[in-house]
Design a protein around this ligand. Structure first.
Ligand SMILES: [Fe+2]
Ligand SMILES: [Fe+2]
Length: 282
């Protein structure tokens, strides 16, 4: 199932740089006037994201992708498939999708974390193949947030939420909205993206802590800002530490030396085979 075609996008990489600007490694909070310095393309990205991620949109994406009828392929094959995505805004000195995945997994490995977590680093962004299925970037990347209830003003660019049709539906704008207090994140619909998609692809194969890392790694309003406490259950509170631990590797593992992808391949093929069958449904 080798794909030779290349899909071009603009801005995937810009979104990741923007997250780093908001959460720099030292200290953890924006120290400058973020809004004044953000790139117009990033602002436009969030305008589209916040305008279009309605509860109905999320439900339609779940109906489309949860049956996992798009492809059948192995995990390594999915990594190579993702690598056909070329980010036009990404200067060629920056790393490819596979390189970002391996930098994340290699830094987790160096710190002596368990094998399931190394594998999680390797996998965590594979959901971005949604771009290759023709989905717009605002439905694939960007910070995620609960839909169907009041938006936290700690979600990036909250000033765009009034553009969302759900904003004018009072039943979707109370503190709990369509949810019960303490219902747990598993019962909350998050804005759709690569996190939620990949969670459903891998949920039968990895431990719960790994699934939290995958499903909520872009939910910055929770894991960095501490918002939405009223929706959490005990399981969410217990697993927050894993999501936080993972976020450090996701954001700060970029190093100047590129990983030797082919040299590391045998190690990772073995690791993948420890948890996954040769082919899974995407
Ligand atoms: Fe990601
Ligand atoms: Fe990532």
């Amino acid at each position: 199932m080798a794909d030779t075609a290349t899909t071009h996008t603009t801005g995937l990489h810009e979104w990741e740089e923007d997250v780093l600007q908001r959460y720099p490694e030292e200290g953890g909070h924006v120290f400058r006037d973020y809004a004044a310095e953000v790139r117009p393309s990033v602002k436009e990205f969030y305008r589209l994201n916040h305008s279009n991620q309605t509860l109905d949109f999320v439900l339609s994406m779940k109906a489309k992708y949860e049956p996992r009828n798009m492809r059948e392929m192995g995990v390594w094959e999915a990594m190579e498939y993702l690598n056909t995505l070329v980010d036009d805004s990404d200067p060629d000195t920056d790393c490819t999708q596979i390189e970002h995945l391996m930098q994340t997994s290699e830094s987790i490995r160096k710190d002596g974390h368990p094998r399931w977590m190394i594998l999680t680093g390797l996998l965590h962004d594979l959901g971005k193949i949604l771009c290759l299925f023709g989905e717009p970037q605002w439905a694939v990347v960007g910070d995620t947030f609960p839909v169907g209830c009041k938006y936290s003003d700690k979600v990036v660019w909250p000033e765009f939420f009034p553009l969302n049709p759900d904003y004018t539906k009072p039943e979707l704008q109370t503190e709990n909205g369509i949810y019960q207090p303490g219902c747990g994140l598993d019962n909350v619909h998050m804005s759709y993206g690569h996190d939620e998609y990949l969670y459903h692809v891998v949920k039968d194969y990895l431990p719960l802590s790994a699934l939290y890392m995958i499903r909520y790694h872009s939910f910055y309003a929770w894991h960095r800002e501490g918002e939405y406490g009223h929706l959490l259950n005990d399981q969410d509170r217990e697993n927050l530490k894993w999501v936080k631990l993972f976020n450090g590797y996701d954001l700060y593992s970029k190093v100047d030396v590129r990983p030797d992808v082919q040299g590391l391949r045998p190690y990772y093929e073995e690791l993948i085979a420890e948890f996954f069958p040769p082919v899974i449904r995407w």
